[in-house]
Design a protein around this ligand. Structure first.
Ligand SMILES: Nc1ncnc2c1ncn2[C@@H]1O[C@H](COP(=O)(O)OP(=O)(O)OP(=O)(O)O)[C@@H](O)[C@H]1O
Length: 369
């Protein structure tokens, strides 16, 4: 993905002992940059992992090693307090000092690190988060989205090796979320710092995360590129109504008269509706798309006279039942896995089988960024 070295996280911590204990046992090689999403059902240990890494809770016994540095090892009597761990933390609610201005909050973050160890200049953090015009304000004079941007800049001001984010968008309404998302994209494009990001929203994960870690009852169920894990039929994300494929492509043409974008990827060309209010686009730019499995139908021959613009030649990779009446079909579209969710009856009628060539009709494509 990049030349940046991976950051190895090893965490083994326990709350309590015996049958009621909660044990978290996770080895995570994080890519050296970009967003890694931590995803899993309620109670699987996402927040515990983040808080234990940050030293905000101390489940015992525990051992936490990040990038070769031991931050907690109860067997050896090692415990590094939060301020000595080279990480930045951003929570759902920005915890800024109310009596300090934005500048004061940022200075506080910067002073935590000796000048010789600073790797991110305050100006860079201010520029990345677009908060230059807010420096004189107090936190109470900021909107929720602005507060969160300042909180992220303050975390960056500490020159962390790693950023931890626990549902940083969850407290914001849809409009504020949309306002903040481009900043996250910018962070992952421009910073060489891995971001470990807890979210309950598959939309957010699909949009932001290049890497995904699925936790289940304190253990890593799977870890890998987001697009790959979303479409693995042996994993829960590929099932149900939200099952989808993430496709990274390049803008091939803008059909302004039809309000459409043509996006090319290895499996062919997809037409996408250009959403109202979406940013101006340039031919050649990279775009991330999401296709819901339920929006993909299958035909043995390319249909004539259809209203569906997107028809891709594909090969069936693998299939799995999804509930009593549906079948999930993982298709190979030029090396990208595309999921289709069809009725079991249709799968039977088309005699679907691994290796079969057929055409995927894609009814809806969302542009994620
Ligand atoms: N202080 C504590 N003492 C004992 N058990 C705890 C403590 N804090 C968390 N746990 C247990 O650890 C487990 C993981 O909780 P955690 O909050 O990390 O889950 P989560 O995946 O973040 O859940 P959610 O998605 O609901 O936020 C739960 O079983 C919880 O009861």
């Amino acid at each position: 993905m990049s030349g940046d070295p991976a950051l190895e996280i090893r965490a083994r911590v326990a709350f309590g002992s015996g049958p009621d204990a909660f044990v978290l046992d996770a080895d995570l090689p994080l890519p050296g940059r970009g967003v890694t999403a931590l995803f899993g059902s309620s109670g699987c240990g996402k927040t515990t992992l983040l808080r234990a890494m940050a030293g905000l809770v101390r489940p015992q016994p525990g051992r936490i090693v990040v990038g070769g540095e031991v931050w907690q090892d109860d067997a050896a009597g090692v415990w590094l307090p939060t301020h000595r761990r080279a990480l930045g933390v951003v929570f759902q609610e920005a915890s800024l000092f109310p009596h300090l201005s934005v500048q004061g909050n940022l200075d506080f973050g910067e002073k935590r690190v000796p000048a010789a160890q600073r790797r991110i200049a305050l100006d860079q953090a201010i520029g990345l988060l677009g908060i230059g015009h807010l420096l004189a304000r107090r936190p109470s004079q900021l909107s929720g989205g602005e507060r969160q941007r300042v909180a992220i800049a303050r975390a960056l001001a500490t020159s962390p090796r790693l950023l931890l984010m626990d549902e940083p968008l969850a407290a914001l309404d849809a409009a504020r979320k949309a306002e903040l998302l481009p900043y996250f994209e910018r962070l992952q494009r421009e910073l060489r710092i891995p971001i470990l990001y807890v979210s309950h929203s598959l939309d957010e994960v699909a949009r932001l995360a290049t890497h995904l870690v699925l936790l289940d009852a304190g253990r890593v169920l799977a870890s890998g590129p987001t697009g790959e894990l979303l479409t693995r039929l042996d994993l829960p994300l590929a099932h149900g109504d939200t099952a989808s494929t993430v496709i990274d492509g390049e803008l091939a043409a803008i059909e302004a008269e039809w309000g459409l974008l043509q996006v090319r990827f290895a499996g062919g060309l997809l037409h996408c509706v250009q959403a109202a209010g979406s940013p101006a686009r340039r031919v050649g730019e990279r775009l991330r798309l999401r296709v819901l499995a339920r929006d993909v139908s299958l035909t043995l021959a390319p249909a004539q006279d259809t209203s569906v613009l997107n028809v891709l030649p594909t090969t069936v990779r693998v299939m799995a039942d999804d509930g009593p009446a549906q079948t999930l079909v993982a298709l190979d579209a030029g090396g990208t896995t595309l999921l289709a969710r069809v009725t079991r009856k249709s799968a039977y009628a088309l005699r679907l089988a691994a290796g079969q060539r057929l055409f995927a009709q894609v009814k809806g494509v969302a542009v994620l960024d």
